[in-house]
Design a protein around this ligand. Structure first.
Ligand code: SAM
Length: 280
């Protein structure tokens, strides 16, 4: 087991504090500190940045982030059993780790951080997608965060980075890629975790663009895309029927064949369609 600091190995930390993993909390821990440091490095230079970490658990990734030089880490953990272990990390890195014992869905921690802000997390599976959608749809763009470096089930990571024609292409890919560069930076087998989950996992790095790739009203684009993929097997003239009058003309004006299916249409043409729909 590797050492990146003078704290005990994670296996001993888990044992000493009685943090037996709970399935209901999505607790699949990373115990290899080389690996957690690698994930921290995938977020880029942390030295001048505040980092938000959701679900630090016993603190493997937290230790990676601090060892890689994060200016400050705000870690939000729902499971109070993890607090003593996190307190020891905080003592080893004075003034650089704040822990909040809360449900990440109930708090808006980004408001308490100083830019530049990076979000880095091995997310609990049950809340990962919901948190991602919140971070991708703030009231203002660019958002307060610079980048998101997030571990998901591989299948979710593929939905975020998919291209037109891919099986995983849909609402999540369009939402993410409209205003971010999104790529998978690391794929991990189940054995990397304790206990091993049933599926492979992957780390996605999303870098916020200064402005969206193509102009569109966020709410209209979201509505068009949701409706188009809600019935992804249908031709778009049928899937989008009722969205606005004369939808076929608008599809054609956006460069989309009314007989096309949503899964073949790229971001640029969805944005063109959203502009035409907004113009009524
Ligand atoms: N970061 C640790 C690691 O990489 O080993 C733990 C990752 S584990 C996949 C997910 C963590 O999120 C667990 O520690 C769990 O208790 C915590 N968690 C689950 N739901 C949460 C929520 N709603 N808000 C905050 N933390 C949550």
């Amino acid at each position: 087991m590797s050492r990146i600091d003078s704290l005990p190995p994670l296996k001993d930390v888990i044992e000493a504090h009685g943090i037996a993993p709970k399935k209901a909390l999505g607790q699949n821990f990373l115990l290899d500190l080389n690996l957690t440091a690698r994930i921290a490095r995938a977020a880029g230079d942390l030295s001048g940045a505040d980092v938000l970490e959701v679900g630090p658990g016993p603190g493997g990734l937290t230790r990676g982030l601090l060892a890689e030089g994060a200016r400050h880490v705000l870690a939000i953990e729902k499971d109070s059993r993890c607090l003593p272990a996190l307190a020891k990390i905080s003592a080893a890195y004075p003034g650089r780790l704040t822990t909040l014992n809360a449900d990440a869905l109930d708090v808006d921690p980004l408001a308490h951080l100083t830019p530049p802000i990076k979000v880095v997390a091995n997310l609990p599976y049950n809340v990962g997608t919901e948190l991602l959608i919140r971070w991708l749809t703030p009231a203002q763009w660019p958002p307060v965060w610079d980048s998101l470096t997030l571990m998901f089930q591989k299948e979710v990571a593929e939905r975020i980075t998919a291209r037109p024609g891919d099986k995983a292409y849909g609402r999540l890919a369009l939402l993410a890629q409209w205003r971010c560069d999104a790529r998978i930076v690391l794929t991990l087998p189940p054995e990397a975790f304790t206990p091993p989950p049933k599926v492979h996992s992957a780390v996605v790095h999303l870098k916020a663009l200064e402005s969206p790739r193509f102009a569109a009203d966020p709410k209209v684009l979201e509505r068009v895309v949701a409706m188009a993929f809600n019935q992804r097997r249908k031709m778009l003239r049928a899937a989008l029927k009722g969205l606005v009058p004369e939808i076929e003309d608008k599809l054609i004006a956006a460069g989309i064949k009314p007989t096309d299916r949503a899964e073949t249409v790229d971001l640029e043409r969805f944005c063109a369609l959203a502009r035409l729909v907004a113009a009524k």
